[in-house]
Write a protein that binds this ligand. Structure first.
Ligand SMILES: *[C@@H]1O[C@H](CO)[C@@H](O)[C@H](O)[C@H]1NC(C)=O
Ligand SMILES: *[C@@H]1O[C@H](CO)[C@@H](O)[C@H](O)[C@H]1NC(C)=O
Ligand SMILES: *[C@@H]1O[C@H](CO)[C@@H](O)[C@H](O)[C@H]1NC(C)=O
Ligand SMILES: *[C@@H]1O[C@H](CO)[C@@H](O)[C@H](O)[C@H]1NC(C)=O
Ligand SMILES: *[C@@H]1O[C@H](CO)[C@@H](O)[C@H](O)[C@H]1NC(C)=O
Length: 897
C-alpha cells in the first residue's frame, strides 16, 4: 500500500474515533482473552496479565499491548508468544542495555515502554507486528510487597483491555497463614452493574476474589464504554494477629517476620507543623492546607503538645512554646490557622531549625517528638544551598526525632526533601495538587498520629542477610517487617527478640518458632519468600542510596544491581530489553523515577471523570506501511513547531493530537496532564501555527486551567523589564526550536549576565566570570547572586529571583522562570505578568473567554511547561498574543540582547 493510502486510513481512524458518536469501530484486532491472576502470600503479591489477541486482517498489522501496574511493583517477566515462538524480555544492567541497544534508544523508543501515570500507577506499553490472521499472546508479571497503612493492605488491579473481551477474568487469591480479619473489594469496577460479576469466597486463611464480567457488562460500568472495561479493583484486607511477638513464616531457607502490636498504649507526642506560606502556595494550595490543619488539630490527643510555624522569607511562630492540646489552645490555634495567607519567598532552613529548637526547648519524659514540614517549592531565601540545609538540619536534630517532609505539587525539589527526611529518620511524601490535597495531608497525619513504640530493635539467632532491623518509631496501623536467610537449614527453631521503648520504659518481646511447622505454603509458590526477601532488600538498598557516599554507595548500588539481575526485577538500575520478531527490533524498558516523569492526574479522585484516555490510536492500523517502527514514528513525530516536519508527517501528527485531546479533555482540573513520551512537545488542537513558535503559559487566578500563547521564534524578545531598578531580561531562540539559546540579564548598568546552553557569563564592570553548566557553583556580588546547579541556574537581582532551566530533549535550550517578583513592582515584558484573570463564557458555541473585558475565542492546547524540570504537558487555553499582552509582538522585541 502506498503512503497516500496509508494516510487515508489513518484519517479514517481519526474521524471515527474523534467523534464521540457511538459509531462501532471496525475491529481488526480481537482481544479474545484477557486474564489477570494475582496471588498474595504473606503480603507478597505476584500478578500476571495474559492477553491473547488475534489479527483479523488478511495482512500483517501492529498490535499494541498497554497495561497499568502499581508504581511500587517491579516487573519481573515479559513475554510475547507468536506462532509458537516465545520472545522473552531480558533484564540487564541499565548501561549495558543502553549501550547494546543505542539504536533503539536513538529512535526514542526506550522512553516509551514504561512511564508514570498518576499517583500510584505506571504504564507499560509495547507493540508487535503480527502476520495476517495470526495470534499473539502477551504475558507480563509484576511483584510487590503490600505495605500496611492505617490498618490495612491494598492490592490495586487496573483493568483496561481496550475493547470488550469474550473471555475476561480477574482471579485473586490471598493466603495469610494467621487468618484474614477482613477483606473488601472496592474500586470503580466494583460498582453499578458490575457488582454481581464479582464473587468473594472466604475461608479462614484464604480468600478468593473473582471478577468475570460478561461482554455486555463490560460496557456498562460507570467508567467503561465502547472500549470495554476501564477501571480498578481495589482489594483491601488485614490479617489476624494472635501472637503479640509477631508472626514468623519460614520457607525454603528464607523467613519473613511481621510485627504490628496494637494493644500497646499510645505515647503522647510533641508535634510541630512547619507550614510554607510562600507566594507559590497562593490560592487553592493554601486553602487546602488550612482545611487539613484545622482537621488535624481537631484530631490531636489531649495529652499531645503541638506547635505551629509558618514561613516565607520570614519565620513566624504561633507561640514560642509547645502547648498542650487543650480545647482552649486548639481553638486559639485554629483561628491562627484560618488567618494564614501566602506571601514572600521560601526560607526552609530557618523554618526547620526553628522547629527543631522549639521541640528541644520542650523536653518531656516518656513522649515522642515529630517534626512535619510542608512546602511546595525550593528554598529561595536565607540559606538556599540544599546541601548546607540538609547538613544544618541533621546536626541540629541529632537523630533525636524524625522529620517528615511533605512536598506539595511538582515544583518541589523532591530529591532534597527525600534526603533531608531520610537523614532524620523520616520519610518524604508527595502531596499531589488536586481537589483532594487536604485529604492527602490528613491521611499522612493519620499514619503518624498514634506512636506506640520507639527505638525498636529486632534480633534473630541463626540467620543472615537481614533486611532493616532497627526502626525509629512504630505507629498504630502500620507494620514492621523483616526478612532474611536461615543460615542453617537444619535448624529446628528460630528465635526472635524485639526490644523497644514504650512510654519511656523498655519492653521486650521474645519468641521461638519451630522452623518445621511454620511452612505451610503451597508448593507452586515455594520460592516466594526468597523473592519477597530480594524485593525488600532491593527496595531498601535503593532508598538508602540517597544517604550514602563514595565506596559505600557504590557497594550498595552493586548489591542492589546484583539482586535485580538475579531476580530479573526492572528497577531504577536495570532495564528490560524486549526483542521483537521483525527486523531484529528491540526496545528497552526503564522504570521511571518518581517525580521525574510528568504525571497524569489521578482520575479516581475525581468522581464522574471518565478514564477513557487510552483508547488513543489503540489498535489503529499501522502495519501496512512498514511494521511497528513506522507506528512509533508516527507518534514520535516532533512538534509541529518543528520546521522540518510540517507537511506530511505533520499531517499525521494532527490526527493523533486531536484524538488524544478529545479523550483527555475532561481532565481540566489537571495541574499536570499526561505526557506520553511519544507525544509531540506542543500539540495544538485546532491551530497549526504558520511559523514555528514558543508557547508561553500564563497561570490564571482562581481558574484551574492556565492560558497560553504563541510567540514566533525568530525574534529577540523582551522577557522582563523593570526600568525603576534598571533590570532587564531578554532572550533569543537562535537555533533552538523549543526555547532560548541565550538569555541576557542587565542590572544597574554595571551587571551584564549572559546565560547560554554551555556557560554562564557574568560581566561586572571590567571583571568577567565564566562558569559552566553541569557543576554546582555560586557567586555573590553587589546585590546579585548566582547559584548554579547541574541543569538550573538561579539568579537574584535585587528582589527579582529568576531560574533559568537547561533542557535537553534532543534540542538543547533554556527556559526562564520568574520565581519572585518584587512586591509592588509592575514590570513589563512577556513575563511581566505573574498571572491573569479570565472568565469562561458559558453557552458559546466555540470556547470563548473574557480576558481584560474583551471576548476572545480560545482553543484547547497541550503545551510543555518548560519552567519545570520535568517539562510536563499542560492543557491550556490557547489565545492570541494580543489578548493577554496589551500590545502586539513588535512591542516586545529588542534589537540587542
Ligand atoms: C493463577 O496463578 C496460580 C499460580 O501460578 C495458578 O495456580 C492458578 O491456577 C492461576 N489461576 C488462574 C485462574 O489462572
Ligand atoms: C485480502 O482480502 C481482500 C478482500 O477480502 C482480498 O481482495 C485480497 O486478495 C486478500 N489478500 C490476501 C493476501 O489474501
Ligand atoms: C490502634 O488501632 C486499632 C484499630 O485501628 C484500635 O483498635 C486500637 O485501639 C489502636 N490502638 C491505640 C493504642 O490507639
Ligand atoms: C555481584 O555479582 C558479581 C558477579 O556475579 C560478583 O563478582 C560481585 O561480588 C557481586 N557484588 C556484590 C556486591 O554482591
Ligand atoms: C537479524 O539478526 C540476524 C542475526 O543477528 C541477522 O543475520 C539478520 O540479518 C538480521 N536481520 C535484519 C533484518 O537486520
Amino acid at each position: 500500500m502506498d503512503r497516500a493510502a496509508a494516510k487515508v486510513i489513518l484519517l479514517a481512524v481519526f474521524l471515527i474515533t474523534a467523534t464521540s458518536d457511538p459509531v462501532k469501530k471496525a475491529q481488526n484486532v480481537d482481544v479474545y482473552s484477557f486474564h489477570m491472576n494475582s496471588t498474595v502470600t504473606s503480603r507478597y503479591a505476584t500478578t500476571t496479565i495474559t492477553s491473547r489477541v488475534a489479527n483479523k486482517l488478511n495482512e500483517s498489522q501492529e498490535i499494541l499491548f498497554e497495561v497499568k501496574i502499581p508504581k511500587n511493583a517491579f516487573i519481573s517477566k515479559f513475554r510475547m508468544i507468536i506462532e509458537g515462538t516465545s520472545y522473552d524480555g531480558v533484564v540487564k544492567e541499565k548501561a549495558e542495555a543502553q549501550q547494546q541497544y543505542t539504536q533503539a534508544v536513538s529512535r526514542g523508543q526506550s522512553a516509551g515502554l514504561i512511564k508514570s501515570v498518576g499517583r500510584t500507577l505506571e504504564e507499560f506499553k509495547t507493540s508487535v507486528t503480527v502476520a495476517a490472521l495470526s495470534k499473539v499472546t502477551f504475558e507480563l508479571t509484576y511483584e510487590e510487597l503490600l505495605k500496611r497503612r492505617l490498618g490495612k493492605y491494598e492490592l490495586l488491579i487496573n483493568a483496561q483491555p481496550m475493547q470488550t473481551v469474550t473471555d475476561f477474568k480477574i482471579d485473586v487469591h490471598v493466603h495469610e497463614k494467621t487468618g484474614i480479619s477482613f477483606l473488601e473489594v472496592k474500586g470503580d469496577l466494583s460498582t453499578d452493574d458490575l457488582t454481581n460479576a464479582i464473587k468473594t469466597t472466604r475461608a479462614d486463611k484464604d480468600a478468593w476474589v473473582t471478577f468475570y464480567p460478561t461482554r455486555d457488562q463490560q460496557t456498562k460500568c460507570k467508567t467503561c464504554g465502547e472500549n470495554g472495561l476501564n477501571g480498578d479493583l481495589l482489594i483491601t484486607y488485614d490479617v489476624e494477629r494472635q501472637n503479640p511477638n509477631g508472626e514468623m513464616t519460614v520457607s525454603n531457607g528464607y523467613f519473613f517476620h511481621s510485627f504490628a502490636p496494637s494493644d500497646v498504649s499510645r505515647i503522647s507526642k510533641n508535634v510541630v507543623f512547619i507550614i510554607d506560606r510562600s507566594g507559590s502556595m497562593h490560592g487553592k494550595k493554601m486553602q487546602q492546607t488550612r482545611l487539613a490543619l484545622l482537621k488535624i488539630l481537631s484530631d490531636l490527643g489531649e495529652n499531645d503538645h503541638f506547635g505551629l510555624i509558618t514561613f516565607d522569607s520570614r519565620v513566624d511562630l504561633w507561640k514560642r512554646e509547645l502547648l498542650k492540646a487543650t480545647h482552649a489552645n486548639l481553638e486559639d490555634a485554629k483561628s491562627f490557622v484560618r488567618k494564614i495567607t501566602d506571601r514572600g519567598a521560601t526560607d526552609i532552613n530557618a523554618a526547620v531549625l526553628e522547629g527543631v529548637d522549639m521541640i528541644k526547648r520542650h523536653p518531656r519524659e516518656g513522649t515522642t517528638s515529630i517534626l512535619i514540614l510542608l512546602t511546595d517549592g525550593d528554598p529561595t531565601s536565607g540559606e538556599t544551598n540544599t546541601e548546607k540545609i540538609t547538613g544544618n538540619v541533621k546536626v541540629s536534630i541529632g537523630s533525636k526525632f524524625p522529620l517528615y517532609c511533605l512536598g506539595f505539587g511538582y515544583d518541589v525539589n523532591f530529591d532534597f526533601l527525600t534526603k533531608m527526611s531520610m537523614e532524620n529518620n523520616g520519610v518524604a511524601r508527595r502531596i499531589y495538587e488536586d481537589s483532594d490535597a487536604d485529604l492527602q495531608l490528613q491521611g499522612f497525619y493519620d499514619e503518624v498520629a498514634v506512636p506506640l513504640l520507639t527505638d525498636i530493635q529486632l534480633n534473630y539467632i541463626g540467620v543472615s542477610n537481614l533486611t532493616q532491623t532497627s526502626f525509629n518509631l512504630y505507629f498504630n496501623g502500620s507494620e514492621i517487617v523483616v526478612s532474611g536467610q536461615i543460615t542453617d537449614n537444619s535448624v529446628e527453631s528460630v528465635t526472635t527478640e524485639i526490644i523497644a521503648i514504650s512510654k519511656g520504659s523498655k519492653v521486650t518481646y521474645r519468641d521461638t518458632v519451630t522452623a518445621k511447622d511454620v511452612s505451610d505454603v503451597q508448593p507452586e509458590h515455594d520460592n516466594f519468600l526468597e523473592r519477597l526477601w530480594a524485593y525488600l532488600t532491593v527496595k531498601q538498598l535503593l532508598d538508602r542510596q540517597v544517604l550514602l557516599k563514595g565506596p559505600e554507595k557504590e557497594a550498595s548500588r552493586k548489591e542492589a544491581l546484583n539482586l535485580s539481575l538475579k531476580y530479573q526485577f526492572v528497577t531504577s538500575l536495570t532495564s528490560m530489553v524486549v526483542t521483537k520478531p521483525q527486523e531484529n527490533q528491540t526496545e528497552v524498558a526503564n522504570k521511571p523515577k518518581e517525580g521525574e516523569t510528568p504525571q497524569r492526574p489521578p482520575v479516581s479522585a475525581r468522581p464522574g471523570a471518565s478514564r477513557r484516555f487510552s483508547g488513543r490510536v489503540s489498535y489503529s492500523r499501522m502495519g501496512s506501511y512498514g511494521g511497528g517502527r513506522r507506528g512509533s514514528r508516527l507518534q514520535s513525530s516532533p512538534a509541529k513547531s518543528d520546521p522540518e516536519v510540517l507537511g506530511e508527517s505533520g499531517f499525521m501528527g494532527i490526527a493523533y493530537d486531536d484524538y488524544s485531546s478529545s479523550v483527555t479533555s475532561d481532565l481540566h482540573h489537571a495541574v499536570a496532564v499526561p505526557l506520553a513520551p511519544f507525544v509531540p512537545e506542543v500539540h495544538l488542537v485546532t491551530l497549526v501555527p504558520e511559523v514555528p513558535s514558543h508557547h508561553f503559559l500564563l497561570s490564571a487566578d482562581g481558574q484551574p486551567r492556565p492560558l497560553c500563547f504563541a510567540v514566533p521564534l525568530h525574534y529577540k524578545l523582551k522577557l522582563l523589564e523593570d526600568s525603576s531598578i534598571e533590570f532587564s531580561m531578554n532572550g533569543e531562540s537562535g537555533t533552538s526550536r523549543h526555547g532560548f539559546s541565550q538569555i541576557a540579564f542587565r542590572y544597574k548598568k554595571t551587571h551584564h549576565l549572559v546565560v547560554n546552553t554551555t556557560s554562564i557569563n557574568h560581566h561586572i564592570d571590567q571583571e568577567n566570570q565564566q562558569l559552566f553548566w553541569g557543576q554546582n557553583a555560586q557567586f555573590n556580588k553587589d546585590g546579585v547572586s548566582v547559584l548554579i546547579s547541574p541543569s538550573q541556574v538561579k539568579i537574584t537581582m535585587g528582589d527579582f529571583i529568576i531560574s533559568v532551566l537547561l533542557h535537553n530533549n534532543g534540542d538543547l535550550f533554556l527556559w526562564p522562570k520568574v520565581e519572585q517578583y518584587p512586591q509592588g513592582s509592575s514590570p513589563t515584558g512577556i513575563l511581566g505578568k505573574a498571572s491573569i484573570s479570565y472568565e469562561k463564557i458559558k453557552g458559546s458555541r466555540t470556547p470563548t473567554l473574557k480576558i481584560m473585558d474583551k471576548e476572545v475565542t480560545a482553543s484547547m492546547a497541550d503545551v510543555s511547561d518548560y519552567s519545570r524540570t520535568s517539562a510536563p504537558v499542560i492543557k491550556c487555553w490557547l489565545v492570541p498574543f494580543e489578548a493577554v499582552m496589551n500590545g502586539n509582538i513588535s512591542d516586545f522585541t529588542v534589537t540587542l540582547l
